[in-house]
Design a protein around this ligand. Sequence first.
Ligand code: ADP
Length: 547
Amino acid sequence: MNTSISTSNLDAITGYERLEDFLENATVGIHLVDKEGRIVYANRAELDMLGYSAGEYIGHNIKNFHADDSVINGILAKLLAKETLINHGARLKCKDGSVKDVLISSNVYAENGDFKHTRCFTRDITNLRKTEKLLRQLNIAGEELSASLNTEEALDKIVKFIVPQYADWFTIDLLKDGQQLSLKMAHADHQKIEWAKKYRGQNPIDLNDERRGSLGWVLRTGQPVMISNVTQEMMEASAKDEEHLEVIKALHIASAMVTPMLVKGKVIGVVCFISCNPFNKYDEQDFSFAKDFTNRITLTLENARLYEEVKQDALLRTEDSRRKDEFISIASHELKTPVTSLKAYTQVLEQSFEKKKDTKSAEMLAKMNKQIDKLTGLIVDLLDVTKITNGEIAFNIEQFDFNELVEETVEEMQRTTAHRLIVNLSKCTVAGDRNRLSQVLVNLLTNAIKYSPGAKKVLITSVCDEEKVTLCVKDFGIGISPSQQPKVFTRFYRANENANYTFPGLGLGLYISAEIIKRHGGGIHFESKPDKGSTFCFALPMQADRL
Ligand code: ADP
């Protein structure tokens, strides 16, 4: 059945002339080799692929055209053993000195078991191999470069990838504030670097350059250009004078590709690949590789630039914040001494006025005393911040009745406010620093009163279980907007800075309170709704073991 189909199909090409035409003009290379390895026939496609005339190829030993002896010896041995080869990889030498990657499929024609000749089909896969290799390289380069966050390191890696494998002369130029800046220049031949620099010195990039393919033109237009074959005439045309022409000739430029570095559609630089090897002229595959590689370079350099910017920024901010801390520490210490002596003088004066029964002056002094206490409070907060920053805050731990502390503090606060402070407490004992915990309470109560100018009451409740005590201070004041809530425990952060109210404060109370509670192994949290009020709670473990 099969035989009859192939016989009927063959009818169309039988006849010597048609078969000869079929062989001769087939689009795949075909050759026949005899027992001794001599080429007895080669068709046009095969000759064209390798660049030989029939006389230069036919009649010669096939071994002469293979780049790898071991490969052709292996092929011939298999064929002599009458094996069939399918897509056997090999490299063939072309007339122009280049080497082609091919796949060979072959079997043997024998008569009465006698080897007569091979039937050999040769497929050129040079381009395919090249594309594979370039893609592989591009991937490797991409992976390696993405790990580079330092510009110098990235540039070194880039040059290692490109020179000399893909370019003998390679440059990267950036455009910064309208000015061209040579970022990297590398040459496979180290001695040529000086020439290359001289060339660039004599021939700086001119952004107004009208010549298509010049670095200035690519920088201006953002269009990539490949000049596969740089001719003598092109060199002469681009030289300014005899001396300049000498420099250009000394560089032996054979082929060039110039690609723009683009960030968000804006040209930020230009990359130039130059081959000085006349056997290594760039083609479309190289051009596509160069464009892709340039994108990787751009991305890598952009990443490195952004990273360095962020690092620099962080360094500046750290330095800034260190200086701020230092200032707070010095300022609060310097303020403390005069305020302490002011306080002492007011006490002496108060006693003196009381003795003289000068009630008016005594009243004024009492007001002054109150202001000094406020000032002292602010200075104490600033000193606490310094202690927290330096890890110097110390705690005096004791077991004490928590209710007693809350009641005492509330009583004292009640004397200074018109708000009704309503207490509902569970009885419990805790281990902690009584003064520091009182400071937290005072802060929460002060805030509850301060930030609810229109309200009349503040609720203070505590709940105890076996593990912890939770104390909450609830007010019915202005509340905190959801967007500001995550920041209220941040040092110096002040929410509610709106025009309707002005509240005094430094934005330190909650920061200090949170630190104190954290150091007791507890936690602080709150709920708040604008214009409805806030509830700030802290929970303390019964055993403070993190101090
Ligand atoms: P200060 O009150 O000195 O500004 P705090 O650290 O005690 O600093 O509070 C930080 C910010 O949190 C305050 O500026 C305020 O905007 C907001 N805040 C704190 N407690 C309340 C509250 N009970 N109601 C509304 N806002 C509050």
